[in-house]
Write a protein that binds this ligand. Structure first.
Ligand SMILES: N[C@@H](CCC(=O)N[C@@H](CS)C(=O)NCC(=O)O)C(=O)O
Length: 251
């Protein structure tokens, strides 16, 4: 995979996936895993972490990542829209059940992991508070505001993250996958998002040094909630279903 610059990507037809360059951003990694599962090729487009990304925003109306841009259609900027598009247009086994009740349950799990105020969002509040993003004068204050990083949210985050991990752990009791017997979207999201709590080893996950300092449980409470079952599950999903090593060339 190589990243295209925005100007180059704008001129291309077909499927373009905007990704934060050079890092395994959990929303980006899960979008990649969903597209690859469905055998949908894409041109990767570089987004700069925490940057203004003015050219990107002028193209799609959105400065962060991931974003899926197909031909001249409006960019899809949410995990659910990206997943739904891939389910409709891709090949291979579905990642969501068709039956409405089972589908609602599966999407609830995905939202617990990837949605606003979910696992990734809430753990990011802890990470960003550790970088001072909740403080008014911080250079990260504007991104911190966008991502809900307040002192109160940071104080509550470890307990909320541990509780969400508890839900996922309970789902694995007696099941091969979070939703049952077959791989589903929530398994891909958990595998991708686990990396911000307990990163995969360096030989398959060559993250920049800064991320090794930021991507960790951050508290004894979260560490204890990262059960052996959850970590074994994500190891298996990466190894058998997504594929290793992680693929995010240096920016
Ligand atoms: N709206 C997206 C998530 C967007 C998001 O939170 N992006 C973050 C991922 S860490 C990002 O781009 N961070 C870097 C930045 O803001 O520059 C979704 O629902 O999939």
């Amino acid at each position: 995979m190589r990243y295209h610059a925005v100007a180059e990507a704008r001129a291309l037809p077909g499927v373009r996936l905007v990704l934060t360059a050079g890092v395994p951003g959990p929303w980006g990694e899960s979008a990649k895993a969903v597209l690859r599962h469905h055998r949908i090729g894409f041109a990767a487009v570089a987004q700069e972490a925490m940057g203004a990304n003015a050219e990107l925003a002028a193209w799609t109306g959105c400065r962060n990542a991931p974003q899926l841009v197909v031909d001249d259609l409006p960019a899809l900027t949410g995990w659910h829209d990206i997943l739904a598009w891939a389910e409709r247009h891709g090949a291979g086994a579905p990642l969501l059940p068709a039956a409405p009740a089972a589908r609602a349950d599966a999407l609830g799990l995905c939202a617990l992991i990837a949605g606003p105020d979910g696992l990734g969002w809430t753990h990011r509040v802890s990470i960003m508070a550790g970088m001072g993003a909740h403080a008014a004068g911080s250079p990260l204050a504007s991104v911190g505001r966008a991502y809900g990083c307040t002192q109160a949210a940071a104080a509550a985050a470890p307990t909320r993250v541990a509780a969400m991990l508890g839900v996922l752990d309970a789902r694995l009791a007696g099941r091969a996958f979070l939703g049952g017997d077959t791989l589903g979207a929530a398994d891909l999201y958990w595998a991708a998002f686990s990396n911000m709590l307990s990163p995969l080893p360096r030989d398959v996950n060559p993250m920049p040094e800064m991320l090794w300092r930021l991507y960790r449980p951050g508290s004894a409470e979260v560490d204890a909630a990262l059960t052996p079952a959850l970590l074994a599950h994500r190891d298996r999903v990466w190894r058998d279903h997504i594929g290793l090593p992680l693929d995010y060339p240096a920016a």
